[in-house]
Design a protein around this ligand. Structure first.
Ligand code: PXP
Length: 238
């Protein structure tokens, strides 16, 4: 079984585009849960371009499944996470000018900072996931840093031309196996949509998928509840 965590950031993107108070990502999270999502993911960015602090605080109170906070490993974000206490913190790289998270975290290249962040979050009883490229080096460094979970970046697989896709799938399969063998739990995400999700959902070691943009985009046409259910169907879970 693969769990679906819906990332509702882009409901907030629509709100922030006008600087008003709708659409609200909080009821969106509840609708996703009612439609069968097993978790809700949000990314509180340094520039607050979509999710804002108030969303995190209210979601901590209303989300009844699992709340996964994506964030950079900065002192500000670690302080917020320790105060609000999401179930999972996923550490991601963050560049102000990027359109979305572009690559995985460089755990091997920044082991001391990541290890300190992991320790500080785990002291507050928060499970820690590291968003990394599917490489042995980053998986081994994640283990060394003390992470509970690695989220494998599926962007290369999603963007690969048809001839290259099988190779990218093999990288994900191999990475998922290495991580499990090291005792890490495995998640995956980024760029997944209704037509590329099935092979990833079939990798037995991958326990959960974080999917945002494609679900919120489809919701514009079908409504959010249908969009979530259709993703669960595409994952082979309904
Ligand atoms: N996982 C992580 C760590 C992310 O940063 C994002 C994007 O915020 C996602 C998953 C979801 O990606 P997408 O919106 O492309 O489904």
């Amino acid at each position: 079984m693969t769990r679906l965590h819906v990332n509702v950031d882009h409901v907030a993107t629509l709100r922030q585009a006008r600087g008003i108070n709708y659409p609200d990502p909080v009821p969106a999270a509840s609708i996703c849960e009612m439609a069968g999502a097993q978790g809700i993911t949000i990314h509180l960015r340094e520039d607050r371009r979509h999710i804002i602090d108030r969303d995190l605080e209210i979601m901590r109170k209303v989300v009844t499944t699992v709340l996964n906070l994506e964030m950079a490993a900065t002192d500000e974000m670690i302080g917020i996470a320790r105060a609000v206490h999401p179930d999972i913190c996923t550490l991601v790289p963050e560049k102000r000018e990027e359109r979305t998270t572009e690559g995985g975290l460089s755990v091997a290249g920044d082991l001391d900072t990541v290890t300190a962040a992991v320790r500080s979050l785990k002291e507050a009883d928060i499970s820690v996931s590291l968003f990394i490229d599917p490489s042995r080096k980053e998986i081994e460094a994640s283990r060394e840093a003390g992470a509970d979970i690695v989220e494998l970046h599926t962007g290369d697989y999603c963007e690969a031309p048809a001839a290259e896709r099988a190779r990218q799938m093999d990288r994900l399969i191999e990475a998922a196996t290495i991580a499990t063998d090291l005792g890490l739990r495995v998640a995956a995400g980024h760029g997944l949509h209704y037509h590329n999700v099935a092979p990833v959902a079939r990798i037995p070691e991958i326990e959960e998928l974080n999917i945002g943009h494609s679900i919120i985009a489809r919701a514009v046409f079908t409504g959010l509840e249908n969009a979530v259910r259709q993703m669960l169907e595409a994952m082979g879970e309904l």
